[in-house]
Design a protein around this ligand. Structure first.
Ligand code: PLP
Length: 568
């Protein structure tokens, strides 16, 4: 252990707890949008000089290194990162009781420094790989979401985050005003606060805020009371937690909601869904964003520098994007597109062509995201490519290790791509991460997003695309309900949000309708506009930036948290 870096004066008034965080590509401590959002949030904390600190598990074996076999079968390996190169060990140790035994927790520090303000926000990584811990305990903070393990392991990971994290902050001298739970994983921090406040729930509530990201009931972590009784003996007795959940089990979202003074969802549509799921609670909406300029490619960065003064520190200025000249827009786009295609071709040995309309799709291979929707009817897709205009497809995304359904989606894409390879060049980019995500959202022509409604809480990859002038083609779900203007910022797939709910249509029928709607848009709007009306296409690029640029950034989002959540 090295020298301590924290003093009793350490700021950290807002403590942001998250199970995953995407700070930079070499730190494999994220699996998807939840983590990338956390990273962008902390970056904006630093830009805005928010006195904050982030708490998260070390996850030194990462999430999942994806290798794809010839048929698209995913091989999932651990994905370690060199902790010592990036983080500094802290001379601090606390214990958390799990199964009645003491588990030691120590920590590492990584500083997020703002290029704009020079301010720093520390990320405190929790580590249980400590001498004196048994083998199981040493693995609690090893691998994100612990694939292959059961609920007991998840519960242990969440105790380390919530209880261990709070004790570590205390030990380091952070003076926390507000505890922000980014998703229910961190809700055990309320147990620690209950114990500290003599079970005064009102006092705990005053200090806590909660953000939910999960629009499906089954997606919220819930532990059997039997398991809770076995494992949780400290800082409060399991019975003390019962009033804050329900009989079926310890539901981490209910625990968080019951002990927070403020709760929010992550998009307007998601608010409706969450409010229906938790009718007893008031749930606000703060729509997610992405960190500007992190997700903007070089050519667009230069273009904006020339025409939109001050956009880097103040993305509200994208309102002025209406002045962007057509030629400059197109040249910047083509430059980034060439770079993206070169990146993919080099990495994958593919033969993508920079003059062909390129459709990009990259996100976790979770079944509800329906990565294979475009292949619903290969005859129709073939007909479109042969008769309306050339397209090529680029995919990326990992299935959760061991998730058969997600893995099947990837194999399905490989299979269909192979069947169509005489007319459509398709490339699946292996091992989706923040770098691949950035490259794809900087340099394809259209961003495709077709989750099953209303299962996408928000989605942020389409926002990254928008900042690079790339229109989205998507089902009206998550942020797209807010960001979509038909024929201006992109195109919709399927009905408006109020026109259909999953209760009224079967999965199968809705997927069939959405596929038909997708084909109609490709055939009648997207492809003809791209090849035959370039002026209109460029106008859509400009509208995308001018309409969505001023809003979908984490500077706006963090300000909303400051005004609406952290002041409660
Ligand atoms: C932006 C990003 C995401 C989030 O994408 P969604 O649109 O929310 O699915 C996930 N993973 C990576 C690597 C990203 O960069």
């Amino acid at each position: 252990m090295n020298t301590p870096t924290a003093t009793s004066e350490e700021p950290g008034r807002i403590a942001y707890y998250t199970m995953e965080i995407g700070i930079q590509n070499d730190l494999h401590t994220y699996s998807g949008g939840l983590g990338v959002l956390a990273g962008d949030t902390i970056r904006s904390f630093a830009d805005l000089g928010v006195e904050g600190v982030c708490v998260t598990p070390l996850n030194e074996e990462g999430y999942c290194k994806q290798t794809l076999e010839e048929d698209g079968s995913q091989i999932s390996d651990a994905d370690p990162w060199p902790v010592e190169e990036y983080a500094e060990p802290l001379d601090v140790e606390v214990t958390v009781e799990i199964y009645g035994r003491d588990v030691r927790v120590t920590a590492w520090r990584y500083d997020v420094v703002s290029e704009q303000s020079g301010e720093t926000v520390p990320v405190i990584f929790l580590d249980t790989d400590v001498e004196g811990n048994d083998d199981d305990a040493r693995r609690y903070t090893k691998r994100l979401y612990a694939p292959g393990h059961g609920d007991d392991f998840t519960l242990a990971q969440e105790l380390v985050l919530g209880v261990g994290g709070t004790r570590i902050l205390d030990e380091l001298g952070y003076d926390v005003d507000t505890y922000h739970m980014n998703e229910g994983h961190a809700a055990f921090l309320t147990a620690e606060l209950l114990a500290r406040n003599d079970m005064d729930e009102a006092a705990v509530r005053e200090q806590c805020v909660f953000t939910t990201h999960t629009p499906v009931e089954a997606g919220h972590d819930e532990f059997d009371w039997g398991l809770v009784e076995e494992m949780v003996t400290d800082p409060v007795a399991p019975d003390d937690l019962r009033p804050f959940s329900h009989d079926a089990g310890l539901n981490m979202s209910l625990l968080a909601l019951n002990l927070s003074s403020y709760a929010n969802s992550v998009a307007k549509k998601h608010q409706e869904v969450s409010q229906n799921m938790f009718p007893k609670f008031e749930i606000d909406a703060i729509t997610n964003g992405v960190h500007v300029p992190h997700w903007i490619g070089d050519a667009f960065g230069d273009l904006y520098d020339e025409h939109i003064t001050g956009w880097r520190s103040n993305p509200y200025k994208f309102k002025h994007a209406t002045v962007l000249p057509s030629e400059g827009l197109w040249d910047a786009h083509q430059a980034q597109k060439r770079e993206t295609i070169e990146f993919i071709n080099e990495r994958e040995g593919s033969d993508l062509d920079p003059e062909t309309l390129t459709i990009g799709f990259a996100r976790r291979a979770a079944p509800y995201k329906r990565a294979n929707l475009i292949f619903y009817n290969n005859d129709r897709l073939r007909h479109i490519a042969e008769n309306v205009g050339d397209i090529q497809l680029v995919f990326a995304g990992k299935a959760f290790p061991g998730d058969e359904n997600g893995e099947q989606k990837i194999r399905d894409i490989f299979h269909n791509a192979w069947q169509l390879n005489d007319v459509i060049e398709t490339q699946y980019v292996e091992d989706y991460d923040m770098e691949v995500g950035a490259k794809l959202t900087e340099g394809v022509d259209v961003w495709l997003n077709n989750p099953r409604r209303p299962l996408e809480a928000c989605g942020t990859s389409g926002m990254k695309a928008a900042y690079n002038g790339i229109p989205q083609l998507g089902t009206l779900d998550g942020w797209w309900v807010e960001g979509h203007i038909e024929g201006e910022t992109g195109w919709k797939i399927g009905p408006d949000p109020e026109e259909s709910t999953p209760d009224q249509t079967t999965d199968e029928e809705e997927t069939r309708q959405d596929a038909m709607a997708l084909y109609n848009q490709l055939e009648n709007e997207v492809i003809p506009t791209y090849y035959d009306d370039r002026e209109r296409w460029i106008k859509m690029m400009r509208q995308t930036i001018a309409f969505n640029g001023p809003y979908y950034h984490t500077r706006r989002m963090v300000r909303e948290y400051l005004l609406d959540a952290y002041t409660n």
